[in-house]
Ligand binder design. Structure first.
Ligand code: MRU
Length: 349
């Protein structure tokens, strides 16, 4: 059984997305019928989370192809390049976006001598395959990671790596879901995740929907929680993992990894292999998105900091591989040394 939430649904030429900016107060669906609407949805965080962004972009390519289905083959191929570039420009850190676009571009390349209508159909099928595979992959991640959660454990997570951040089920929350389905008795601590509050708004919402015992904390409470012995394992998602295991994830993740190391609490990353970027030797090469200062100076449209103050708003940080106990993937838990074991994991997939 998949989760109760599905972040996106393809409905005969229309991509329906849960508008994640509106949760938890209202559950609204946005309908995208053009690739520009899809690009806007990613850029403005109506949809967010690495695997969800990837699948959404794939449907964006499918919608763009449908819009150009009456073009000449030459015009069509040129348009697909423009559309892919536009979708790729929406957010820089999560590799799943570029991974999905590459898969779609491969379909175009392999069929470029065929009639345009056939390429359009193939692109729709590929986007649907990406979405379907994502759900299966998350379930495998859940099954691989569930044994890491024991009865009585406190599990700390940050941001939202749940059904909303994927197509369904989630990565870090997939592990939590699987442990819950195995009737394990544990407690989740969800960090609110300033400044965008994905933890408070989205993870807390998913956990309440599932009836999984959980407590919301502000990010600066994590150290105290660990000092009290209330956290036995930290499980987080990932936006990009370099070949050596360095992991970019939501800002604040690195702080939790340091705290976990200090308190000898195991720290796991849960992510599909599509989040691993073997072309990058280390985390230093991962591009980190900086977002609007307004996310820090304002809360729900209300100014909370004085005008004129400088603001730094990186959306992600990089946790060094040596702080990561293991990376939970669809082919199992990858252990250090990541530089040898991550490339090997691809051979198992
Ligand atoms: O800025 P966001 O909300 O897109 O960031 C999301 C995260 O950092 C998630 O932890 C990550 O994408 C993993 S989602 C399964």
């Amino acid at each position: 059984m998949a989760g109760k939430v599905r972040s996106l649904v393809w409905d005969d030429g229309c991509l329906k997305l849960i508008d994640q900016r509106r949760l938890p107060t209202s559950l609204e669906v946005v309908e995208c019928r053009t690739y520009q609407e899809v690009a806007d949805a990613i850029r403005t965080m109506k949809v967010r989370g690495a695997p969800a962004i990837g699948a959404t972009a794939a449907f964006g390519m499918a919608l763009g192809a449908m819009e150009h289905s009456h073009a000449t083959p030459k015009e069509f191929l040129a348009a697909m390049k423009t559309i892919s570039r536009e979708l790729a420009s929406t957010r820089p850190t999560a590799i799943n976006l570029f991974w999905a676009l590459k898969r779609m571009e491969k379909v175009v390349d392999s069929k470029q001598t065929e009639p345009v209508a056939g390429i359009v159909d193939a692109l729709i099928l590929e986007a649907e395959a990406i979405a379907t595979e994502d759900v299966e992959t998350c379930r495998q991640i859940g099954a691989a990671g569930a044994p890491l959660i024991a009865d009585g454990d406190g599990v700390l997570t940050i941001c939202n790596a749940g059904a909303l951040a994927t197509v369904d089920y989630g990565t870090a929350l997939g592990v939590v879901r699987a442990a819950n389905e195995a009737s394990r008795d544990f407690h989740v601590y969800a960090a609110e995740t300033r400044p965008f509050l994905q933890g408070a708004r989205l993870t807390a919402w998913e956990l309440v929907q599932e009836g999984i015992p959980a407590t919301l904390i502000t990010d600066n409470m994590a150290g105290w929680l660990m000092q009290q012995g209330r956290v036995q394992v930290v499980i987080v998602g990932a936006d990009r993992i370099a070949k050596n295991g360095d992991t970019a994830n939501k800002i604040g993740t690195y702080t939790f990894a340091i705290l976990a190391h200090h308190h000898r609490v195991p720290f796991y990353v849960a992510a599909p292999l599509s989040t691993v970027d073997l072309s990058l030797e280390s985390g230093e090469q991962i591009p980190i998105e900086e977002r609007s200062p307004q996310e820090v100076t304002h809360l729900f449209g209300q100014r909370i900091a004085p005008e004129g103050i400088g603001v730094y708003n990186p959306a992600f940080d990089v946790t060094p591989a040596e702080l990561i106990s293991g990376i939970i993937t669809e082919v199992g838990i990858i252990c250090p040394p990541y530089v040898a074991n991550l490339p090997q994991a691809f051979q198992m997939s």
